[in-house]
Design a protein around this ligand. Structure first.
Ligand code: SF4
Ligand code: SF4
Ligand code: SF4
Length: 346
């Protein structure tokens, strides 16, 4: 890959020739407002908020490649006017109730509208659309069409990350919306509930059903299967309130499946066993680990004496660490049995 020089707001930048103008600017600390761009996804150039002037022509910087000697202006009358129009057209039918919105203060629309500036009086005159019903059919995701800015990030995410293609743009003009095949509720579509669209939606159009904000996070590894995805557990009131993928984890790059992202209620579930149980007189009773292990040793010996060592077998768990699984097979082999397996084929 060759390096080239271009000029952004009068500054000479040296970048790889494969970059877009937006990437070149961002890498060099120059802010260009954008909404439909996400660094995990192929650029789409839908929202037109990232318009810049390149060699005198307005181009969407998320899709325009850099060129040697190119002169880029990220501001100025031409750029600002075009951007403001793009943002106003996005905001105009956005039923904003920022104070009650789960995305407040973490919202890309707020960010770009604040940066670009919008004419509130003009917006009032243009506003027309009626409120649309919210789709809360899904067990984990709420889709609020009234806050959707049609950036297409959820559609591209579903196509490019889990490769499920459960959603797409549908209808035309003012009626355009993101929907499933046959405009059915998300829960009845082929959505696999990975939640990858949810984490990338730049506004409050896709929000988790459980809206609790964690007080702090704990970095750990998902214990559901043998993949070992890096996660952060969000904790509130001593309980897990949310899970997010660790983007620095080489295993999953921040991506998660439905179990890792949403299946955490078992951790604090009242039915969860937290102590060994021993059946006495037909009823399970709580016991200490020493009591339980003694009983297991006794039973193992009984079986071994009666039927031979090969009659023993063990099933290990993909939720245990490699080291624990290694010790488990060692235990079985030391008892004289090679019958050991695991459940890692999830
Ligand atoms: S999506 Fe953003 S702009 Fe819209 S109501 Fe929520 S916080 Fe406000
Ligand atoms: S739901 Fe969110 S990600 Fe999808 S198009 Fe609307 S604003 Fe974009
Ligand atoms: S949750 Fe996953 S599968 Fe379902 S629509 Fe979103 S990205 Fe697609």
């Amino acid at each position: 890959m060759a390096e080239i020089q271009l000029y952004v707001d009068g500054r000479e930048l040296t970048v790889e020739d494969s970059k877009t103008i937006l990437e070149a600017a961002t890498e060099n600390g120059v802010y260009i407002p954008h909404l439909c761009h996400h660094s995990d996804l192929n650029p789409a150039g839908i929202c037109r908020v990232c318009l810049v002037e390149a060699d005198g022509i307005l181009v969407p910087s998320c899709r325009a490649p850099v060129a040697a000697g190119m002169v880029v202006k990220t501001g100025g009358d031409l750029v600002n006017k075009a951007r403001r129009l793009a943002v106003e057209l996005l905001v105009v039918n956005h039923h904003d109730d920022c104070l009650a919105c789960g995305k407040n203060n973490d919202c890309k629309l707020q960010e770009v509208a604040r940066y670009v500036g919008v004419d509130k009086e003009r917006l009032k005159r243009l506003r027309s659309r009626e409120l649309r019903p919210v789709d809360d059919s899904h067990p984990f995701i709420v889709r609020d069409y009234n806050k959707c800015v049609l950036c297409g990030i959820c559609v591209r995410t579903c196509d490019e990350i889990p490769c499920v293609e459960a959603i797409d743009f549908s209808f035309r003009g003012y009626d355009t919306k993101i929907s499933t095949l046959g405009d059915k509720p998300l829960q009845e579509s082929k959505c696999v509930s990975c939640g990858e669209c949810l984490v990338r939606c730049p506004v409050g159009a896709l929000l988790p059903k459980n809206g609790a904000q964690p007080a702090y996070e704990v970095k750990t590894v998902c214990s559901y299967c043998g993949c070992g995805c890096g996660i952060y557990l969000g904790v509130r009131d001593g309980k897990v309130a949310r899970v997010r993928g660790n983007q620095d984890s080489p295993v999953n790059d921040g991506e998660l499946c439905v179990k890792g992202r949403f299946g955490y209620s078992y951790i604090n579930h009242p039915d969860r066993l937290t102590t060994p149980l021993i059946k006495r007189n037909g009823k399970f009773e709580e016991a200490s680990w020493d009591e339980a292990l003694e009983l297991v040793t006794e039973k193992f010996q009984e079986v071994q004496n009666k039927y031979g060592a090969e009659s023993l077998g063990g099933l290990s768990s993909a939720r245990a660490t490699n080291e624990d699984n290694y010790l488990f097979q060692k235990l079985l082999r030391s008892l004289g049995s090679n019958s050991v397996d695991h459940c890692a084929r999830l």
